[in-house]
Design a protein around this ligand. Structure first.
Ligand code: TXA
Ligand code: MG
Length: 318
């Protein structure tokens, strides 16, 4: 397996590989990404191929600093500037007008580009060393659970990736929040930064795209982030009859329930940030058990809990 610890030496090697058109998986503070030079259409094509990702699904470009941002985005409108000041580096992706140097494949032919500046020190060091912005989707097969550990990437994509940099578990465990700035402010994906925190800076965001801007966000597809095992979202655990538990696994919020083949508790203290950080990791584990179903208990619909419920609802959509 091409998994290596993210030491200085391996960062240098990864950066050189990326400059030469390779595909490298790397940690970010949200989930692991599958990176290639954002200016190299052939390398980006391999990212789509490795993920079996449809070409209509545009990638996020990761930058290390403002100078790199200027090589990716045409101009930064005031709302985007305000969000950058407040949330970068961090788990916020902004959709702004693209520069012509960014290949159409990266943006699925759209006139806009999704860009973010990650906070993870390994991601930042890698982009800096490579000296190029990295187009990087989550490092999972299209539609499947996102990877929060290097082992997940190795298991799902393995030898098809040139190198996998390992820096342990991702801190947030759910993807970045995506806000479209141009042509107008719309929340495209719930994520690690709560929508309310973004609205506190730039005001109310629209939640729905009108048809002329679709399909922009496959993370909005009814089914996405899904394990192979069917997922059922459960409102009240006590109402699930014993007979339905024996061949199922439980992803509980705060406390276990008896009778299930296997149980994972997202956060015994009820901390939604801890719950998010465990979400995909536990779903990967439960998916490997070969049970008939995963019951996922509803979490409070607030803060990052909104992103958790968004992922569970899509994982459960059959
Ligand atoms: O946290 C994250 O954002 C992770 C890490 C690796 O940075 N990346 C990630 O990428 O979640 P991915 O490919 O799984 O999701 C990218 C999504 C696309 O599916 C699409 O919904 C949206 O970003 N997107 C990208 N470019 C866009 C554009 N020009 N307009 C609208 N949406 C866009
Ligand atoms: Mg993804």
């Amino acid at each position: 397996m091409p998994v290596v610890p993210a030491t200085t030496e391996h960062l240098d090697r990864a950066a050189a590989l990326l400059r030469g058109g390779a595909v490298v998986a790397f940690p970010t503070e949200t989930v692991y990404g599958l990176g290639a030079s954002a200016f190299d259409a052939r390398a980006v094509a391999r990212v789509f191929e490795i993920k079996a990702r449809p070409a209509f699904d545009p990638l996020i470009v990761h930058v290390a600093d403002e100078a790199m941002l200027a090589r990716v985005a045409e101009d930064i409108p005031p709302d985007a500037r305000a969000l950058i000041e407040r949330f970068w580096p961090g788990p916020l992706t902004l959709v702004v007008r693209k520069r012509p140097e960014i290949p159409d494949l990266v943006t699925a032919g759209l006139g806009t580009v999704a860009v973010r500046m990650p906070a993870h020190p390994v991601a930042r060091a890698l982009i800096e060393r490579a000296g190029i912005p990295l187009a990087a989707p989550s490092a999972n097969p299209f539609g499947y659970l996102s990877p929060t550990r290097a082992e997940h990437v190795a298991r799902m994509l393995g030898e098809r990736v040139d190198l996998i940099l390992d820096a342990g578990s991702a801190e947030h465990g759910v993807e970045s929040t995506i806000v479209m700035i141009e042509p107008r402010p719309v929340l495209l994906r719930h994520g690690a930064i709560a929508a309310a925190d973004i609205e506190a800076v730039i005001g109310r965001l629209e939640r729905e795209l009108s048809d002329e801007h679709k399909p922009l966000a496959p993370g909005r597809l009814p089914q996405h982030y899904a394990p192979h095992t069917p997922v059922r979202v459960v409102d009240t655990l006590a109402r699930v009859p014993q007979s339905e538990r024996a061949d199922a696994a439980l992803l509980a919020f705060r406390a276990p329930a008896p009778g299930y083949r296997a149980v994972r508790v997202l956060s015994s203290s009820g901390d939604l940030r801890e719950a998010a950080a465990h979400l995909f990791e536990y779903l990967h584990e439960l998916d490997a058990l070969g049970v008939a179903r995963i019951d996922a208990e509803r979490v409070p619909h607030e803060g990052i809990g909104i992103a958790i419920m968004d992922r569970l609802a899509r994982a459960g959509h059959a």
